[in-house]
Design a protein around this ligand. Sequence first.
Ligand code: PLP
Length: 405
Amino acid sequence: MSFDVSTIKADFPILAQQVNGQPLVYLDNGATTQKPNAVIDAITHYYRNDNSNVHRGAHTLSDRATSVFEQARKDVKGFLNANSSDEIIWTKGTTEAVNLVAFSWGLQNLRMGDQVLVSHMEHHANIVPWQMVCEKTGAELVPMPVNDDGDIDLDQLNGLLSENVKFVSVAHVSNALGTVNPVQDIINLAHKVGALVMIDGAQAVAHWDIDVQRLDCDFYAFSGHKLYGPTGIGVLYGKADLLNLMTPFMGGGEMIETVTFEKTTFNTLPYKFEPGTPNIAGAVGLSAAINYLNSLDREAVASHEEDVMDYALAKAKQTKGLRIVGNAKHRAGVLSFVIEGTHPHDVGTLLDQQGVAVRTGNHCAMPIMERMGVPGTVRASFALYNSREDVDALFNAIEKIRMFF
Ligand code: PLP
C-alpha cells in the first residue's frame, strides 16, 4: 500500500474550505484532529439506526447499541494490543483517564514519604490530578528534569528513582515541544524500583502503533479526538490485576453489582469504572477512526509524517529571527517556535488571516514554558493529511507578516 496525501485529504471534508478568503491550512492537530467521512458517517449511522442505551434494554435497538459499543472496545483492545477488552476503560479523554488513576490508585496507595514522578514537560492534565492527590495523601510530586533541548536525561531520572517512588507518569510525546520520550527505558527503570508507570499517549497514538504488552506499561491513556475520532471519548488501558485492586473514584449506575444503604459491591471490569450512560456514539466514532487508520499503511503514514516534520524543521531553521523551542533528539508532530520581537498571539492572529490555523500560548504546559524561558510559543502541529505544501503555506505566511513587526 502506498500513501497519497491528496487522496487522504479528500477523506476529511472540513479541510476543503476557505478561511478568511484563503484555503484552510490546518496545523492545530495537537489540539484536535479533523474527522474523516468514515467517522462522521459512523456517528450519523448510529444515531439514525441504532441509538439506544447500552447494557439495559430487553429490546433490539438496545442490543444493537450494546453490540457496537462493545465492538468498539474490542477495536481499542486490538489497537493497543491489550491482553483483554476488560482492560479498556472508556473515559471522556486523557484528562479523565489520568484523574481516574490518580484518584483511584493514588488515594488508595500513596502515603506520606512516597513520591510520584512526572516530567517537567507534562501537560497540566498529567500534573494537576497528581498534585491534588499528593496534597490529600502527603505524598510528594517530583518533576523529572528536562535539559535545554527538551529531552529527559535518563541518568538524572535514574538518580531520582528510589524505593520511595511509587508511581511515574509521563507523556509519550510532549504536546508543547514534540519530544518523543524514551518511554520504554523509563518503564524499565521505574519497574526496577517497584514503581508503576502510566504513559500519557494523547500526542502519540495518531503517529504510530502502540503495543501496551510490549511496553509493559501499567496504564496508558489517550483521547479519541486527537486520533481522528470524536471529542468526549477517550481510553484508559490498565493491567487487569491492578484495575481489579482499585476502588472506583466515581459511583453511579452500571458500575455496581449490588446496592444497599449499608454497602455497595462493584461490578466486574471494565464496568466498575464506567458509571452512568457512556458516550456510545463517541465509542462508535472512535472505532471508525481506528478502522480508518488500520485501512492505511501505517508505516507509510509514519514516514510521510516524518518527512513533513523534517521539512518544517529545515524551513524553520532557515527563517530569520525564528527560534525553535525544543530541540529533542526524537520529535513527532509538533514544531514550537517564537519569532523575535513578536508575541505568539499576534503571530497566530496574523497567520489565521492568511488561512493558517496554529495554536499559540502555553499549551497547558506552563512548567515547561517557564523552563524554556518563554511565556508561550506558536505551535504548528501536523497530522497525516498535512503536506509539504501546508508547510510552505505556513512559512510564506510568516514571511508576509514580517512587515507588521
Ligand atoms: N496530555 C497531552 C500530552 C495532551 O496534549 C493533552 C491535550 O492536549 C492532554 C493530555 C489532555 O487531553 P484531553 O483534553 O483530550 O483530555
